[in-house]
Design a protein around this ligand. Structure first.
Ligand code: ADP
Length: 394
């Protein structure tokens, strides 16, 4: 048996899937929450059962230790040699790391050096890579970066209109995120349309709690809505997306804030659909409230749709055309209502949904026969994409 771990470590969490390769069959999955906080929890799903362990888990090292104990206790693995690959999601690989990369001590140090660009994610991800390297020295270990798909952006799209020295000296540029998902759905779209990816202009809409839109031309990311950090772009569950930065000092004075990180926290955690609606960051709740006539929820949805349409319009203009628009992630793949609203508002481009085909959560082409542009629903699968990259680099 050849098993590959897909690992996604956050500052206080660790999500995992154990996937049988090359069959791409998910054998077990779960997460550890509240690492370094009290009342930590490990949850493991295997063979239709869910196992829970509640104990204080002081650090990621202990989280991985406990995970292995549980995998053995519930007979998920017989011995460590069953696990031949480990893929680690890493949030920021800067502009030099253009592809998934074998994990070496040097690579881990590079991930640590880039911590300034992703302070909450890169440090625990580097730590978790070290722990796994100790635990599974024989397994092929690969780092898969959220940013690498976007390293193909041309300078005109990654540079901000500020003095160029700030890019040259401090690395201020657009890095983007969700690259693994955008790449995965773009590749699937080409297969579903039965056309070479290298000939297609695609707009991929990853609409989850965090959300981003990417322009993919000839198989390469040419522009994306997230920026220097994931705060930029469209309206998200709790993130503001694009705003005029002059709002920051103005609001800090009004709110008596002296630390700019408190202001950034508001923009990351209390804004977006949550801040606008006052209801929830969860689109299901907001759609429900809007249905009952809640005016703030109605306006939150209007703004959400509007920002997505603006980015789609921008990318149709800058790519000078589009062959396919792809919807994915929590909202994108599940909300027929949202897809319908977004596409109806841009029908001038000759884009039209087939309402019956759109009534789905599965992989499907959902545009009408007469639509000038294909519209596709493609559930994303970042874990499988990570496991495939491990196989590719074996
Ligand atoms: P992330 O990985 O960024 O946390 P997901 O891609 O899982 O997020 O997306 C989560 C969001 O998907 C939830 O906040 C919820 O609003 C939305 N979602 C899930 N199912 C539906 C649905 N049926 N209709 C509308 N929104 C949905």
């Amino acid at each position: 048996m050849s098993l590959t771990f897909a690992i996604n470590a956050g500052s206080s969490s660790l999500k995992f899937q154990l996937i049988e390769m090359p069959e791409e069959k998910v054998i077990a999955k779960g997460l550890v929450e509240r690492i370094g906080i009290d009342h930590s929890l490990l949850e493991l799903e295997y063979n239709g059962e869910t196992y829970e362990v509640r104990e204080d888990i002081p650090n990621h090292e202990r989280a991985v230790e406990l995970l292995f104990e549980q995998l053995q206790e519930h007979n998920v693995i017989d011995n460590y040699d069953d696990i031949t690959g480990v893929g680690h999601r890493v949030v920021n690989g800067g502009e030099d790391i253009k592809d998934s990369t074998l994990v070496t001590e040097e690579l881990i140090e590079r991930v640590e050096e880039l911590s300034e660009l992703a302070p909450l994610h890169n440090p625990p991800q580097a730590q978790v890579m070290r722990v796994f390297k100790d635990k599974l020295p024989k397994a092929t270990m690969v780092a898969v970066f959220d940013t690498s798909f976007h390293t193909s952006l041309p300078a005109e799209n990654y540079l901000y209109s500020i003095p160029t020295e700030y890019y040259e000296e401090y690395g201020v540029r657009k890095y983007g995120a969700h690259g693994t998902s955008h790449k995965y759905v773009a590749e699937r779209a080409a297969e579903m349309l039965d056309r070479p990816l290298e000939e297609l202009k695609l707009i991929t809409c990853h609409l989850g709690n965090g959300a981003s839109i990417t322009a993919v031309e000839n198989g390469q990311s040419v522009d994306t809505s997230m920026g220097f950090t994931p705060l930029a772009g469209i309206t998200m569950g709790t993130r503001s997306g694009d705003i005029d930065v002059s709002i920051l000092p103005y609001l800090m004075e009004k709110l008596n804030l002296t630390d700019v990180s408190d202001m950034i926290d508001i923009l990351n955690k209390q804004s977006g659909v949550l801040g606008l609606s006052g209801v929830s960051s969860d689109m299901r709740d907001v759609e429900g409230a809007a249905n009952e006539g809640n005016e703030r929820a109605i306006l939150a949805l209007d703004i959400y749709v509007n920002r997505i349409q603006k980015y789609i319009g921008q990318y149709i203009a800058t790519m000078n055309g589009v062959d396919g628009i792809v919807f994915t992630a929590g909202v994108g793949e599940n909300s027929a209502y949202m897809r319908d609203r977004i596409i109806k508002g841009i029908s001038w481009f000759g884009i039209e949904l087939d309402s019956k085909a759109n009534d789905t959560r599965e992989e499907a082409i959902i545009s009408s026969k007469d639509s000038k542009v294909a519209v596709l629903n493609i559930p994303t699968n970042e874990e499988i994409a990570i496991a495939r990259d491990v196989e590719r680099l074996k």
